[in-house]
Design a protein around this ligand. Structure first.
Ligand code: CA
Length: 283
């Protein structure tokens, strides 16, 4: 096997390969020290349930550049998703598949970090889909009239990062509830979301605290990405805070499509989208 790996690709000395054989998962370091079955760092990879998190560990902590898979190895998520979405098949022979992890665009990667770190909303860039591409993205458990099959992971119409969310339907709210809503009593919140659609005046975003609501303007429907913005002051008797990152008017047209991406929710009352631009450019 060592011979195979060495011959299959021109490895550099710091390349590490994750080998998936039988049910074992182990490393091969190309400095020819051999195979390490019990690298403790592998545990931190195995613990990850979320694909993006697992990918991060694989690349940045374990420094893995290649994945070698035997045909009879049963891949589990999230490794399965990583091979499907983040790897190129570079060599295939007699039931052995060698994949190379794709280098990611650094700017996009940095942008995703900004979303993770600074936004009150979780997974606002819709990069995480641990239930699979046809279930709701992580942390978006709420909403009205959102049914199976309406929400899918989108790979082509993307504004930030690798994915956006595509929603097909009518008269719905697609939302995320804030966990510590009492922290926002009487405080201001501003939500920005990129929305793309060619349906005029149907879609907008809304912040709702159980008593008061605030809305953005509606998307023009000209077919491009438009940055929508909603400003809200949370009622002191707040019951919950739900961020409807997209809301569709009841028009009776169930085939209408909209894409949402790059949602951020920040504390404070911001009247321009410069804040958003600052977030995008920071670093
Ligand atoms: Ca995204």
């Amino acid at each position: 096997m060592i011979k195979y790996i060495n011959n299959a690709e021109d490895f550099t000395s710091d390349s590490t390969t994750l080998v998936c054989s039988q049910r074992q998962l182990f490393f091969y370091h190309t400095d020819k020290k051999g195979i390490d079955f019990r690298d403790p760092k592998l545990e931190s990879f195995n613990r990850q349930k979320n694909k993006e998190a697992a990918l991060y560990v694989l690349k940045n902590q374990l420094k893995v550049k290649y994945i070698l898979k035997y045909w009879n190895f049963r891949l589990q998520a999230p490794l399965n998703e990583i091979i499907t979405n983040d790897c190129d098949l570079v060599y295939q022979d007699e039931g052995i598949y060698l994949y190379r992890l794709r280098e990611k665009d650094l700017i996009k990667e940095e942008l995703e970090k900004i979303f993770v770190n600074d936004s009150v909303l979780r997974n606002g860039s819709f990069e995480n889909w641990s239930q699979g591409p046809h279930k709701k993205p992580d942390f978006f458990e709420d909403g009205d009239n959102i049914f199976e099959g309406m929400v899918t992971r989108e790979e082509k119409e993307v504004r930030v990062g690798k994915y956006s969310v595509k929603i097909t339907g009518d008269n719905f709210n697609f939302a995320q509830n804030l966990s510590y809503f009492e922290d926002y009593k009487g405080k201001s919140l501003t939500c920005f979301a990129w929305v793309k659609t060619n349906v005029p005046d149907k879609y907008r975003i809304q912040i709702y605290d159980g008593i008061d609501s605030s809305f953005s303007k509606r998307h023009s429907g000209r077919g491009g990405w438009e940055l929508l913005q909603a400003n809200h002051t949370v009622n002191p008797s707040v019951k919950f805070v739900t961020i409807r990152v997209i809301q569709a008017e009841d028009t009776g047209k169930v085939d209408d499509v909209a894409y949402v991406d790059g949602v951020i929710l920040v504390k404070g009352d911001w009247n321009t989208f410069y804040l958003y631009v600052l977030h995008m450019k920071r670093r």
